[in-house]
Ligand binder design. Structure first.
Ligand SMILES: Cc1cc2nc3c(=O)[nH]c(=O)nc-3n(C[C@H](O)[C@H](O)[C@H](O)COP(=O)(O)OP(=O)(O)OC[C@H]3O[C@@H](n4cnc5c(N)ncnc54)[C@H](O)[C@@H]3O)c2cc1C
Length: 434
């Protein structure tokens, strides 16, 4: 009996030990499994981290190379005017021509930043002094042997057909031909796309305002970067579709550049899907419908009403003002918000008297005017203008008495006793020789 119970106990003990052994072995295996999994996970994250670090380094090296290239090319910048030959003139659409320019001295030309412009000093027969006008560079800065500008002949205003058409743009369209030589100042301008960065951007253009945007999009394509860009271009119809073939090629060859053409008055000949993508104007509703979010940097160029409607819409959509950049081809109609003047300041400013001596007009200063040039033009006093950014010097006027406040430092300090009217306002009562 004794031996039977001993045998049973031994059997139970054996089973328990076996079970414990199995459980222990299982636990050990599980532990090993967990350790292996952890090791694999760590290796995976390390690799990912390494890849991210390598990518960051690659971008930093690329950025440093680009900045070095820019610095090298900047040393080629010239002072004053340099002679350029028109090597090609092409008709881009109704009243719009592209001009390809090479330096007459055959020496290298500096790179520019996409969005910058050239300043021309034009000797137009019948005028007593050269006419200064700015035109945006419309091709990629990677084309290192020529510059291209695209110019629209400006018609007389619709409500004043008796006036002559634009002087400089007509001269370019009607007179300038291949082989002609032009006086050109070096590329400049503060409205440009920083090519060392890779953040996503939205380029929005109306009419001939497409020129700086085309340069930006061409620069992204030519750099080979995968930077995301959305390009919205609004025109009336195919007759105004500037650089149509080039835009179509850009869209077809670059999946990171999404080109959307809007026709507001498409003709019966135009085909949606082939010539254009959307009926109507470029609008904030269209942007909201197509963009994955509002989280982009926005670059705008077009007429005043167009830019105002888009900038207002972007503000309502919650896009910070610092992410919106724009260029006006004439007096600015969109203004970056300044600290609002107090009621007392506005009252004091409106008491200031501005006299345009040659025109025989004395007027009360309008505190809402952006600058003296805009004020003069609104009062029918004609002052020459070019860049409207204080760099080309066309709007320089002599001060007979009084002084001015600059809204931004001029690119080149004007001579004593003169002011660049496009970037200043009166400091007190002022008499100008205009
Ligand atoms: C930075 C910048 C970049 C630019 N880039 C481009 C570009 O890429 N492409 C482009 O095409 N343009 C561009 N422009 C615009 C360009 O510089 C000129 O302003 C434009 O070509 C018109 O100049 P204009 O001499 O032909 O016209 P203006 O002779 O200056 O005439 C302008 C308008 O005034 C009218 N006018 C004529 N006489 C009178 C009068 N007595 N009273 C009232 N009105 C009158 C004309 O009919 C015309 O409609 C740019 C401008 C800037 C500032």
């Amino acid at each position: 009996m004794q031996s039977l119970s001993d045998a049973l106990r031994a059997a139970v003990d054996g089973r328990v030990s076996w079970t414990i052994g199995v459980v222990l072995a299982g636990a050990l295996l599980l532990q090993i499994g967990v350790e292996i999994f952890r090791g694999l996970l760590r290796a995976f994250y390390d690799r990912r981290q390494q890849r991210a670090t390598m990518e960051r380094l690659r971008l930093q090296v690329q950025e440093a190379r680009l900045r070095q290239k820019d610095a090298e090319k900047a040393s080629l910048v010239w002072n004053g005017c340099r002679k350029f030959s028109v090597v090609k003139k092409t008709s881009e659409c109704e009243d719009v021509f592209a001009f390809y320019l090479k330096p007459h001295d055959g020496k290298p030309i500096p790179a520019f930043k996409p969005g910058q412009y050239l300043t021309f000093q034009l000797d137009i027969p019948g005028r007593d002094k050269p006419l200064v006008r700015c035109y945006s560079l419309s091709d990629s800065p990677h084309r290192s042997d020529y510059y291209r500008v695209t110019i629209k002949k400006e018609k007389a205003p619709a409500d004043r057909p008796e006036l002559p058409p634009g002087a400089a743009s007509s001269f370019f369209s009607d007179t300038i031909k291949e082989g002609d030589i032009l006086n050109v100042k070096a590329p400049t301008g503060h409205f440009f796309l920083d090519m060392a960065r890779s953040n996503p951007v939205v380029l929005i253009a109306g009419g001939v305002g497409v020129t700086p945007m085309l340069s930006m999009a061409n620069a992204i394509a030519a750099s080979g970067s995968k930077r995301e860009a959305w390009f919205f271009f609004g025109v009336r119809n195919e007759q105004e579709h500037i650089h149509k073939a080039e835009l179509e090629k850009l869209a077809a060859e670059n999946e990171n550049i999404h080109v959307h053409i809007c026709y507001s008055r498409a003709s019966a000949k135009a085909q949606k899907g082939r010539d254009y993508q959307h009926e109507g104007r470029v609008s904030i509703e269209l942007l909201k419908q197509l963009l994955p979010s509002s989280n982009f940097e926005y670059y705008l160029c077009g007429n005043g009403a167009f830019m105002k409607s888009i900038t207002d819409g972007l503000e309502l959509w919650g896009v910070p003002e610092k992410d919106v950049y724009f260029e006006a081809f004439g007096p600015a109609t969109v203004k970056k918000k300044a600290t609002p003047a107090t009621a007392i300041e506005v009252m004091q400013q409106s008491k200031l008297q501005v006299t345009f001596a040659r025109s025989g007009k004395t007027l009360s200063w309008a505190p809402s005017a952006a600058n003296l040039l805009e004020f003069a033009q609104a009062q029918g006093v004609r002052i020459d203008s070019g860049c409207c950014a204080g760099s080309c010097g066309s709007c320089l006027v002599a001060i007979k008495s009084g002084s001015v406040d600059y809204l931004k430092p001029p690119d080149t300090e004007p001579e004593q006793g003169t002011c660049l009217t496009c970037i200043c306002r009166p400091k007190g009562d002022l008499v100008l020789d205009a």
